[in-house]
Design a protein around this ligand. Structure first.
Ligand SMILES: C[S@@+](CC[C@H](N)C(=O)[O-])C[C@H]1O[C@@H](n2cnc3c(N)ncnc32)[C@H](O)[C@@H]1O
Length: 230
């Protein structure tokens, strides 16, 4: 009955859109209940709904057995603001406020703010990556999608702010170096697509299946890792 796919940190509107009914069994998890409620609401209005199981779970402590999934996908989860939500125990309302507060800071203040918890942030990502590795079948893939930092001309201010956050956090060095810090995962990088432009976000999956198209609405980096075969 198709592949078994796990999306971690699905938020209220993410990859679960992209799977056609019957092609895969999908579990989408998030640690914030309110986002899951919204995700279910969004999903109910999609054609072919009923194929995704939404669950309130923490990606750093997944309640699944070893080697259960063919793919694990995370979009915009491996970023400081996403992780801080959990580390700081913030409610969605606090998060929105904090996000606004953050946007108003100077770059130097943002830098300090993010550095304050960098160790914890990386530790959390290591734990999440370890769990993704554990639940993947040998040969299974972990796909990370991340804002690219390359802003197309017609891009919104919001996107530019996000990229600024990313650049501040990662010292302009790029997401690849953050990933390198998540060592000892036993995952081999098999593909890296930098600055991929999607006409629609739903093109991501087409891309991951090898059908490249280009557009201008969203620009992301995609990193695909494979769990070593035994
Ligand atoms: C920036 S949002 C991205 C949401 C969605 N994937 C997207 O691309 O629109 C990050 C999400 O990760 C979730 N998150 C953060 N830490 C998590 C954890 N440890 N386990 C599960 N979800 C987590 C947050 O609640 C939030 O919904």
């Amino acid at each position: 009955m198709g592949k078994r796919i796990l999306e971690i940190g699905c938020g209220y509107d993410s990859f679960f859109h992209d799977f056609k009914p019957g092609t895969a069994r999908i579990i989408a998890v998030d640690s914030m209940p309110v986002f899951l409620e919204l995700a279910k609401f969004t999903y109910q209005s999609l054609p072919g709904q009923g194929k995704v199981e939404f669950r309130h779970e923490d990606a750093s402590r997944l309640p699944f057995g070893n080697e259960e999934f063919d793919e694990v996908i995370a979009r915009h989860l491996y970023s400081a603001p996403s992780i801080y939500v959990k580390l700081k125990g913030a409610s969605p309302e606090q998060w929105v406020k904090e996000d606004a507060h953050f946007s108003e800071m100077s770059e130097a203040q943002q830098h300090d703010y993010l550095r304050e918890h960098e160790g914890k942030w990386l530790e959390e990502l290591r734990q999440i990556t370890k769990e993704a590795h554990r639940v993947l079948k040998p040969g299974g893939r972990l796909t990370l999608v991340h804002d690219s930092g390359r802003v197309p001309e017609d891009h919104s201010i919001k996107m530019q702010t996000r990229n600024r956050i990313r650049n501040v956090m990662e010292g302009q060095k790029g997401f690849s170096q953050t990933i390198e810090k998540l060592d000892s995962t036993n995952l081999a990088k098999i593909e890296e697509v930098l600055g991929y432009q999607f006409r629609e976000e739903s093109e991501m999956l087409a891309h991951l299946r090898g059908q490249r198209e280009s557009g201008i609405k969203s620009t992301v980096d995609i990193h695909v890792f494979q769990k070593m075969m035994k």
